[in-house]
Design a protein around this ligand. Structure first.
Ligand code: NAD
Length: 396
């Protein structure tokens, strides 16, 4: 069985789904590995390195897609500029596609995959369980994005991050606020702290307060009693609307004191929550910087423009999409481990073994047997008229 490593074709996409080390592992598991020529070039991996790992280089994309029974990718299927065809039409009928499919944002591609009897798996739907941790590509890419957001902000800031005591006087440290203390947010906190900034963090989940503090940041949130954060059995419970309003008021009172705001708040499958209105941006100091990592989902800041850097009220607002792609070497290395672990999870005794009773296998499957099997995607696909295929989205 041939496993194909397709060259990514998204705009500014420099990552590759599988590195030579992983290609060797896939070969060792009993597959033959085909790699499209130049697939690793953006991540500085020459074709020769894949050949040394036992893979076969194929020169044309059509050869790669038609010759592979399993195709591994990062981006969802996109329109192929060279071939003038959509990747969802290129994947061989009845074969398997594994990528960050983001099915809710790519309904037309999903419809095509179902119609063509492709079994597709979406890496971004990996269950957040301990067993699936090594396959969790979203966390890998969020880790990279959280770090890069801090570096991006540092580059735009007309200040330095750390406090310095020099013969030329004392420089006060820059102040950063990180909104959303998930994987990206925690990495942003740690990175900004390492560069010497004073960091505060905000999240609707009070449970992250301890993690935030252990990284040396201050948690912004209302004083809460035990009954506000846990139920009678001791399980965590959602914050009340009143506590959320108070938290947001506190956040808004802190933002005008910040030099840098890195915002990462997301709610899966929903538009990003609007947490920084325009009038709060207006109150920020001239020269301050916002990096909005939720730009692809509409942005946490009202003034964010996805994929753009804009200056509003003397504040630089970055709305990067696909930030992980700007760090192609390490992003490829991490994604490669994730997708290879997933492929090996689907493999038994050197053969593909799809066990639909397994939560990782069934939880990530979007289409099979000619059907859309992911319930929410099916619901949207049936209720939404077909549109021209959407472009790739950001976080992957
Ligand atoms: P995410 O990208 O979906 O969201 C980022 C953060 O935004 C979250 O912390 C969320 O609480 C926060 N947020 C959402 N709405 C908000 C609002 N209105 N105001 C402020 N903050 C808001 O989250 P993620 O980074 O993918 O991870 C979420 C959680 O899952 C984390 O606790 C993470 O540690 C956990 N996780 C567990 C595993 C595992 O067990 N294998 C793997 C990955 C992540």
């Amino acid at each position: 069985m041939n496993v194909g490593i397709a060259k990514e074709i998204g705009t500014n996409e420099r990552r590759v789904s599988v590195t030579p080390d992983s290609a060797r592992q896939i070969k060792g598991a009993g597959y033959d590995v085909l790699v499209e020529a130049g697939a690793g070039a953006g991540a500085f991996i020459p074709d020769k390195a894949y050949e040394e790992a036992g893979a076969t280089i194929v020169q044309s994309p059509s050869e790669l897609w038609s010759g592979s029974q399993i195709v591994l990718k990062i981006q969802p299927p996109l329109q192929h500029r060279v071939l003038g065809r959509h990747e969802a039409d290129l994947v061989a009928e009845g074969s398997i596609l594994i990528c960050m499919l983001r099915p809710l944002s790519h309904l037309d591609a999903v419809r095509t995959l179902a119609r063509r009897n492709i079994t597709s798996f979406s890496m971004d739907m990996m269950p957040r369980t301990t067993r699936a941790q090594r396959m969790d590509a979203l966390s890998s890419m969020s880790t990279i994005a959280g770090y890069k957001a801090v570096v991006m902000a540092a580059d735009s800031l007309p200040k330095i991050y750390p406090m310095l005591v020099t013969a030329a006087g004392t420089i006060a440290p820059s102040r950063a606020i990180v909104i959303g203390a998930g994987v990206a947010g925690l990495q942003a906190i740690a990175s900004a702290r390492r560069l010497g900034a004073v960091v505060e963090a905000y999240d609707v989940r009070p449970a992250v307060k301890e993690e935030v503090e252990s990284l040396g940041a201050t948690f912004i949130g209302p004083e809460l009693e035990a009954k506000d954060v846990q139920d009678e059995q001791g399980y965590a419970k959602a914050l009340s609307a009143d506590a959320q309003r108070k938290g947001l008021e506190l956040l808004h009172s802190r933002i005008p004191q910040a030099d840098v705001v890195i915002t990462t708040a997301r709610v899966p499958g929903m538009p990003a929550p609007r947490l920084i209105p325009a009038d709060i941006v207006k109150q920020m100091r001239p020269g301050s910087v916002i990096v909005d990592l939720a730009a692809d989902m509409g942005g946490n800041c009202e003034l964010t423009e996805a994929g753009q850097t804009v200056v509003k009220h003397d504040v630089t607002i970055h709305g990067p999409v696909r930030l992980a792609a700007t760090v192609p070497v390490h992003a490829s290395q991490m994604y490669s481990k994730n997708i290879t672990s997933f492929l090996l999870h689907l493999t038994k005794d050197g053969k593909l073994n799809l066990d639909w009773s397994d939560d990782i296998t069934s939880g990530t499957c979007v289409t099979r047997d000619g059907q859309i099997v992911h319930a929410k995607t099916r619901e949207r696909a049936e209720g939404t008229p077909a549109q021209p295929a959407a472009a790739g989205t950001a976080r992957s």
